[in-house]
Design a protein around this ligand. Structure first.
Ligand code: FES
Ligand SMILES: [Fe+2]
Length: 414
């Protein structure tokens, strides 16, 4: 049996409600399959439009083998381009972020317009066709302050995600924010372990003393079931919806993305040690209500998010290797909020900086134990780990479809 057939058989035979076999967390060939079938085919969150406010602003990232540059062009549109020169392939933009009137390759100075078209290539002969050597474009969509890209040449329709999620994000006006702080950490574990850990709060009470001051560990908040039946949550939805904030739980049928607004505990408003707002200047002028909790949004495989009354936090997951994952966290505040006046950076970032580091250690210990020849898939808690089961089911179903050659997962929202 070929490799893909073998993986398909293993996915079909897996025990429901159990963690995956060791190879799914460690094997380089399975990692390559994840890249090819998920990371190179699906829509990926890359960053925020407020990070590139002016023409010529850009940032770069690496998705598997693909170097990518995201740039704002002269017309104000956001574009994603393959960051590989059409001369001999050198990376054109080498910094993590920057500003440039043109994109100039450092190797032989081929010069590209901000839309990727080749403007200038020295002494290439009379027959040289500049128009045939633009930087290759990547599908790119921006909505609600978020930029997504899709590396596939035949990207799936992204409109249903935009339509659903935009309504939830719109009141928060993330276009008018700035990144107050960002951190990038590398976790020694497979990207799926990072997600599994994110999708439950069974571990929170004993691992996250700072986060637990404000974030509810109830599975109805973190997971995917029971939110509507929880009276505290439904009361919170009524409070937020009456203030014009879409709040009810919604998930796509494939389970790839979910939005829901959740209350924080004991009237907390923000992820601070006191529960009080970290930023005096509200995140959005359009949100007049207080105690709006946190808008939770996840989209597999790259992002989970919290949007609060005073700031927003986005998380971006990128795989670096079979057992290496990068997690970038960004704290967004209103663009006019001033550090030292409206907020103290340490107060704003403390809880999630600690939480991220605690989660990194958890993921690394999890990966460590999974490497043991004695490891075997173990049972998830039906009560607390519904969210993890949902993630693993999404992964397994998605991979099975892809391995069978199905290309268009349902995007309609039930
Ligand atoms: S490789 Fe870019 S100019 Fe030569
Ligand atoms: Fe955690």
């Amino acid at each position: 049996m070929d490799f893909r057939g073998d993986v398909l058989r293993r996915l079909q035979n897996r025990k429901d409600g159990y963690s995956l076999e060791q190879a799914f967390y460690t094997d380089p060939d399975l990692y390559k399959l994840d890249l090819e079938e998920i990371w190179y085919k699906d829509w990926l969150f890359v960053g925020h439009d407020c990070e590139i406010p002016k023409a010529g602003n850009y940032f770069t990232l690496q998705v598997g083998d693909y170097p990518v540059v995201i740039v704002r062009d002269r017309q104000g549109s956001i574009r994603a381009l393959h960051n590989s020169c059409r001369h001999r392939g050198s990376r054109v933009c080498t910094s993590q972020k920057g500003a440039s009137a043109k994109l100039v390759c450092p190797y032989h100075q081929w010069t590209y317009e901000l839309d990727g078209s080749l403007l200038f290539a020295r002494q290439m002969g009379e027959d040289f066709d500049k128009a045939a050597h633009s930087l290759k474009p990547i599908a790119c969509e921006s909505f609600g302050g978020y930029i997504f890209i899709c590396l596939s040449e035949t990207p799936m329709d992204f409109a249903p995600v935009k339509e659903l999620v935009n309504g939830y994000l719109a009141p928060h006006q993330l276009k008018d924010t700035k990144v107050a702080f960002e951190s990038t950490i590398v976790e020694k574990g497979n990207w799926k372990l990072v997600w599994e850990n994110n999708r439950e709060c069974y571990h929170c009470a004993s691992n996250h003393p700072e986060l637990c001051r404000t974030y509810p560990e109830a599975p109805s908040a973190t997971g995917v079931q029971g939110a509507a039946d929880d009276p505290v949550i439904s009361q919170h939805w009524a409070h937020c919806e009456s203030a014009g904030l879409p709040s009810e739980f919604q998930m796509s049928p494939t389970g790839q993305f979910r939005v829901a607004r959740m209350p924080l505990i004991e009237q907390a408003e923000s992820y601070t040690m006191s529960g009080e707002r970290a930023v005096k200047r509200p995140l959005s002028d359009a949100v007049k209500a207080s105690h709006i909790g946190t808008l939770l949004l996840f989209h597999y495989p790259t992002t989970w998010n919290h949007v609060l009354v005073d700031h927003a936090i986005s998380f971006r997951v990128l795989p670096l290797g079979p057992e290496l994952t990068q997690v970038t966290t960004k704290w967004l505040v209103h663009k006019d909020a001033m550090e030292g006046v409206d907020y103290k950076l340490d107060e704003l970032t403390h809880v999630w900086t600690e939480t991220n580091d605690q989660d990194r250690r958890i993921v690394e210990e999890n990966a460590f134990g999974i490497r043991s020849p004695a490891y075997e898939p173990g049972p998830y808690s039906p009560e607390h780990e519904g969210g993890v089961m949902q993630f693993v089911e999404w992964y397994c179903n998605f991979m099975q479809d892809r391995l069978r050659g199905k290309t268009s997962p349902l995007f309609k929202v039930a």
